[in-house]
Every structure is written in C-alpha cells, then in structure tokens.
Design a protein around this ligand. Structure first.
Ligand SMILES: [Zn+2]
Length: 262
C-alpha cells in the first residue's frame, strides 16, 4: 500500500470513529434533557445507560439507525423520544410529514416513573384538581408524581384569567386520567399515566377524524388559540397540535421536550 493508501485508510477510520462518536454524543446530549426534566427520579448517564436513583439502568441508544416513525413509535430506545425536536413557542402551522415530537414514548421509562395503570399502580398517585375554578369548576384526576397536578392547577389558574371568549375551548374538559391504550394501538396512552388532559372537544381537531388529502395523509387543522398553548408549554406540557398526526385538544407533561430553562 502506497503512502496515499495509508492516508486514505487512516482518514476512513477517523471518519468512522467521528461518526460513531458523534452519534453516541448526540444520544447523551438528548438524554441529559431527561436528567434536567426528572431530577427526582434520574441519577446520571453512565456510558450508554441512563441510571435511575434506585440503580435501574436503561439503554440510551440501541444502535439502530434510520428508524421510521412507526418503528420509533413501536420500539423506541431512550433517545428516540427526543429525536424529533419540539418547537415550543412557534406559531401554529402544519407540521412536516412524520414530525410527531412527543408521540414516541418509551413504555418502561414512563411506567417506572408513573406506574402501570393496568396493575392499579397509577391510582394511588392521583389527586383531584379543580379545572377553571374561577369560571366553570370541574374536578379532574391528575398524578402528583413530578408535581404534575400542581403544575396543571397553575395552568388552569392562568387560563381562567384569559378573556371569557376563549373559555369555549377549555370547558368542559374532555378528560384527564383514563387507563386505556392509544386509539388504534396496543400502547398505553399518556392518559393512563395521569399526565395528560384533553380540553374541550367542540373546537378540537384530531387526525383520525379528519379528511385525508390526495396523498392519503391527514390534512392538518387547528382551531385552538395559541394563547392557550403558550400557557401549557410554559408549565412543561407539550401540545398535540404540533404533531403531523395532530390531536389539538391534547396536552401532556413532557418537560424534556421543552427548551431548557436558562
Ligand atoms: Zn389526549
């Protein structure tokens, strides 16, 4: 092998090392968002493992690349949950095909944190909040884990102060806790964790109810004002209106997807 050949081989090895190293680094950076979001539960990152305070280890990157959205939804690893960026604060607009930030959920991660509702392990953590206590009071069940109930109560207080004309989007809320799979799947809904709320159905849009376009894809539609979305996002809740497979009444507590606090 000539001198150039050695250079080429060295460059190839370096490029491979850089690409593998960069990928592991990206996964670790994403996983750090979980440490920041859930400090009561998570302890550290150790190589490719997310380590819980009780010593439980979960693989951050399963090494599979180029997963489709369907593959990520069905078999996510830890960093797949953050692979699609969530753009808090953006204006409402149709998301790009396949852009569903937050719909990828690692079941073992969330059931360890909030409990498995099918085994009765979520109910002990639930508490009542009063939705729109100042205008249209309604009791709703939400988990106390991670302070979600207190945060949703704070969201409600701010929503109550919005102009009365916006109230029709909020009341009656369609629901919070219910132990059921996501429609059309066998995956547990975030409603089964006690971290999600559906606001009023009357002015909401959902991809499964919608017309499809000429390509067979859902046609995005939204009637929820962004003043409402902004309040939820500021308290750690993501909005289903930012999903290509949209669900505009849906909000869930997912602080790892929102911009880190500065
Ligand atoms: Zn929902």
């Amino acid at each position: 092998m000539g001198r150039w050949g050695w250079c080429g081989a060295t460059a190839l090895v370096l490029a491979l090392w850089l690409s593998l190293g960069a990928e592991a680094w990206a996964g670790t950076v994403d996983a750090r968002r979980l440490l920041d979001a859930y400090p009561e539960h998570l302890d550290r990152i150790d190589g490719n493992a997310l380590v819980w305070k009780d010593g439980t280890r979960m693989t951050i990157d399963d090494g599979k690349t180029g997963k489709s959205l369907e593959q990520m939804l069905g078999h996510p690893d830890i960093d797949d949950m953050m692979a699609i960026p969530y753009r808090a604060g953006d204006a409402a607009k149709p998301p790009a095909p396949g852009s569903d930030p937050g719909r990828v959920r690692h079941t073992a991660f969330f059931t360890k944190m909030y409990g498995d509702c099918a085994k009765g392990a979520v109910s002990p953590h639930l508490t009542d909040i009063t939705w729109l206590a100042g205008s249209a009071p309604q009791k709703l069940k939400v988990t106390r884990v991670n302070g979600v109930a207190a945060k949703l109560q704070a969201v409600s207080k701010e929503l109550d102060a919005l102009p009365a004309a916006l109230r029709r989007h909020l009341t009656p809320a369609a629901g919070t806790y219910v132990c059921r799979p996501i429609a059309g799947t066998d995956r547990t809904s975030p409603h089964g964790l006690g971290i999600a709320i559906d606001i009023a159905v009357a002015t909401s849009d959902y991809w499964r109810w919608s017309r499809t376009g000429p390509s067979g894809r859902p046609v995005w539609r939204n009637r929820i004002p962004m003043e409402i979305v902004e309040i939820f996002e500021r308290h750690g809740f993501i909005w289903g209106g930012r999903w290509f497979h949209y669900d505009t009444m849906h909000f869930e507590y997912r602080p790892e997807l929102l911009a880190p606090k500065t």
